[in-house]
Structures are given as structure tokens and as C-alpha cells.
Design a protein around this ligand. Sequence first.
Ligand SMILES: CC(C)(C)c1cc(CCc2ccccn2)cc(-c2ccc(S(=O)(=O)CCO)cc2)c1
Length: 239
Amino acid sequence: AVKHRLWPEIEKVTMEQLHYARLGVGGAGGWQLFAEDGDMRMYRREEEADGLVVDPLKACHVVKGVTGHEVCNIFFSPEYRSGWEATLEDMTVVENISNDTLIFLQTHKRIWPATQRDSLFWSHIRRVSDDQDPDAHDLWIVCNHSTELPDYPANTGKCVRLYLSVSLVCQTFIDPPKEGERIKREDITCKITYCSVVNPGGWAPASVLRAVYKREYPKFLKRFTSFCIDQCKDKPIVF
Ligand SMILES: CC(C)(C)c1cc(CCc2ccccn2)cc(-c2ccc(S(=O)(=O)CCO)cc2)c1
């Protein structure tokens, strides 16, 4: 099949994001732990780009009862988004590149006193076999990365266009069931790494943004993972 014009970028960014997600948060990376809740650890770095707060975020979480494939499917699929994405006011799929790559146009709820934001990004889901450790379980990754389309120019309407680069990387671990027994959901553990850089794209007060990021991101990940558990609990396991 003819590859889409964005394919080289999608391939490159997805692999870069996978590498970045697997980097630890120790050492000189400058990561500060700012939120803990059970198995969830949230780290941030204080970074600015042209005076705008773009604090990179890395969150690590361990969730029982769902597979990485199920979690990434829910994160990627448009039909579930309104169920877990509280920052959303509106969402449209503006391009269906393939069954594993979509382009989204989203309008986000306004964060007072900043102007309302919208986002335009490609979203790509992929299974990655772990080349280092072949008998480890597969990884699943969803990568969301801002893009431009002539039909949806930035900053022409009421919203300021934000720029994001986000990845959700999930690895599934299965406790072997007793001899001859089927794998049950309680035998499954999913290790989640969520990385996000959201550049507000225009003026937004650093103090307000940092306060909102610190308050909203922990809620965002807990809400998302709870939604996944609820969605999957009565359904057959998707490995
Ligand atoms: C406050 C905070 C929680 C950081 C926040 C505020 C805003 C609203 C837009 C905004 C950003 C900055 C300044 C003003 N408004 C958007 C997002 C955001 C965007 C995208 C994604 S995603 O992971 O790609 C899932 C698809 O939506 C997650 C979160 C986060």
C-alpha cells in the first residue's frame, strides 16, 4: 500500500518516543517527583520554550486486570475519549490515515485566565516486540504528535493552537495460572509509562499553568486507568 506523506515522521517520532519512555527518571535527567498515589509516580521537569511553560511530564503506573493492548486501544480509540478525557470540549477525527493512524482536532476546556486551546495531532498505535528481551511480553505504544493541515490552520478562530507530543507505552506481565487453568484478569499486570510535553502555544501564566498541571495530571491518569479497568472487567481479555 502507498504510505501516507506523514509516514516517515510517524515512524521516527514513535520510535523516539518509545526510547524516551524507556529512559529512567533517576540520575541527572532533572526529573522531580511531584505526585504519588499508590503505584502511580508522576515526575516533571521545569522547562520553558520562548518564555512559555512546557514542563515535560513522565508518569509511571502499574494497573492490574488489563493488558497493554487493551489500555492502548482505549487511549487511541475516538469512541472512548469522552469517557476519560476531562480536558475535552470537542473532538473530531479529521483524517483516517489507516486503522492504526488517525488525525484528531480537539478543542480543550478553557483554563482561566488563558485563552481556550485547540490541538491538531496525528495519533498512532503500534505493537512493538521487545528486541532486547524476546521472551518479554510485547509493548504497545500510542503516540500523539501535533501536526499541521491546510484545512485547519492554527490560531485563526477563537482558540490558540497548543502543541503536544505525548506517548503511552504499556507492557503486560502475566502470572502463570495453575496447570491447565485459563489466565484470569487478576493474573494480569500492566506497566504504564505516560510521557507528555504540552506547549500552550501562546501566552499562559506560568504560575497558573504549573498549578493546573500539578493538580490535573494525577487526576487525568487515575481517571484514565480507572476507566480502562471498568471498560474491560466484564469482557474477554485482549492480549
Ligand atoms: C492542564 C493539563 C492537564 C496539562 C492539560 C490541559 C489541556 C488544555 C489545554 C491548555 C493547555 C495549556 C494551557 C491552556 N490550555 C490539555 C491537556 C492534554 C492534551 C492532550 C492530551 S493527550 O494525552 O494527547 C489525550 C488526547 O486528548 C492530554 C492532556 C492537558
